[in-house]
Ligand binder design. Structure first.
Ligand SMILES: Cc1cc2nc3c(=O)[nH]c(=O)nc-3n(C[C@H](O)[C@H](O)[C@H](O)COP(=O)(O)O)c2cc1C
Length: 418
């Protein structure tokens, strides 16, 4: 019976344990978590979502405070187009986040940045260019292009000296999305180094509509693999979404996958950025506590715990401080929803907004508890103490469980001496 450890992922000259810990914004997949995955010989992700905000928490910088001070005059204004990011400061924050992480890297694995195209930041092209360039300048091993089609992203960095040597991957949820990407980036004469195929059971935003339940990862991976074979394209395929045990991973690798991307099991690791009380909510969740809804202003469905405090919370949009989801015209679907409710309830002290959420603020404050479909199985991965609290796991424990387990077994943490 095979284990994940019987396989290796080859990326260029490097051989890796074929386990990639997926990006989880905003700072849920912390540098500490990514560093552990790399130390253990796999791949970890940091995220490029809201980096100035993350930098404030990590390095005690003051990007958010200063931006809010600069745009304070606009806080009560319903129009947000004036709120812009300073590209120099964005590059500086990214340089710090990526640079310090790469300096701390130990071991044979790699650290990639998960790059969200949907973070349009009131200037989609330039802010994305700055984020990608700063990540490459500061030694990131690879970039996974996520959330959005990224049709022009290769073009944004094709002049960079590291363009042909940095590992570049893309996340797709359909053959069509992959075909489109390859067609649009053909001009740069560079294929992605890997393709993550994310199915409908993943956490975060989904690359499906609300009919997500009609799709399944095995079928999508098979369709993509057969098409690539027919076209004689050889790119490592990395399935993601609902791969909960080492045996789940082995099944994909025996069918030709090069590695797997996993995330949900690491949400209850000590190195994960979620506060511990939120991690206990993840442990406790039952199957019916997990929902897919359309409250994200990105327009993509998102999976989350239905007890997330963000749901219904009608806070004033915080674009002057954050503003990461403002589109090229300075709009965000949450601003529209919020303004509508304020107009409907002019005398209310506090309003509720049910159809959209202020994603920046809620993710920043860990009030939107996004999670994978199998979060309800996390309780089977740990032990409870007498008070009912679950024990957090080390990333190493979870990583090794994926790497070495057989028979769909899940190793519990070792009990402390009696
Ligand atoms: C809490 C959480 C946050 C996530 N955030 C992101 C994100 O910011 N960007 C992204 O591309 N994927 C995100 N994902 C998706 C993961 O990177 C990964 O592909 C997927 O969840 C794997 O499936 P699994 O969680 O069932 O193992 C997130 C997943 C979780 C659980």
């Amino acid at each position: 019976m095979k284990r994940v450890d019987d396989f290796r992922l080859r990326l260029g000259k490097q051989e890796l344990v074929p386990i990639m810990v997926g990006g989880m914004g905003v700072d849920i997949s912390t540098a500490e978590l990514a560093l552990e995955a790399a130390r253990l010989g796999g791949i970890g992700h940091i995220s490029d979502a809201m980096v100035p905000t993350v930098s404030d928490r990590r390095f005690n910088t003051k990007y958010v405070k200063n931006k809010l001070r600069q745009y304070k005059f606009n806080v009560a204004n319903t129009e947000k187009a004036v709120v812009k990011f300073d590209l120099g400061l964005l590059a500086e924050a990214t340089a710090m986040h990526v640079g310090r992480t790469m300096e701390a890297k130990r071991g044979e694995g790699m650290i990639f940045a998960n790059c969200m195209e949907k973070l349009t930041m009131n200037d989609p092209r330039e802010t994305l260019r700055v984020r990608l360039k700063a990540a490459l300048d500061n030694g990131i091993d690879g970039v996974t292009l996520a959330a959005g089609l990224h049709l022009g992203s290769f073009g944004l960095i094709e002049e960079h000296p590291r363009f042909r040597d940095v590992k570049l991957g893309i996340i797709v949820s359909s053959l069509r999305a992959l075909q489109l990407f390859l067609k649009k980036s053909a001009r740069t004469n560079r294929l992605p180094d890997y393709v993550v195929i994310e199915g409908p059971l993943a956490g975060g935003h989904l690359g499906f509509g609300m009919d997500w339940a009609q799709y399944d990862l095995v079928s999508i991976v098979t369709e993509i693999r057969e098409w690539m074979k027919a076209e004689k394209i050889d790119i490592p395929l990395i399935p993601a979404g609902g791969i909960f045990t080492g045996s789940d991973a082995v099944a994909f690798m025996e069918a030709g996958a090069a590695a797997v991307q996993v995330a949900t099991r690491f949400t209850v690791s000590k190195e994960c950025g979620l506060p511990e009380d939120v991690q206990q909510e993840y442990f406790k969740a039952g199957e019916t506590d997990i929902v897919v809804n359309t409250i994200s202003p990105t327009g993509y469905p998102m999976r989350m715990l239905k007890s997330s405090p963000a749901i219904g919370d009608g806070i004033r949009p915080n674009c002057e401080a954050y503003g990461y989801l403002l589109d090229a015209k300075g709009n965000c679907q949450y601003i529209e929803a919020y303004n509508r409710e304020v107009a409907l309830h002019p005398d209310a002290k506090k309003i509720k907004v049910w159809d959209k959420t202020c994603l920046c603020t809620q993710m920043r404050n860990f009030e939107l508890w996004t999670c994978g479909h199998y979060t309800y199985r996390l309780k089977d991965t740990s032990r409870q103490d007498a008070s009912g609290k679950y024990e957090l796991l080390t990333a190493e424990h979870i990583f090794h469980d994926y790497q070495f387990s057989v028979d769909n077994k899940i190793a519990l943490p070792t009990a402390p001496p009696a």
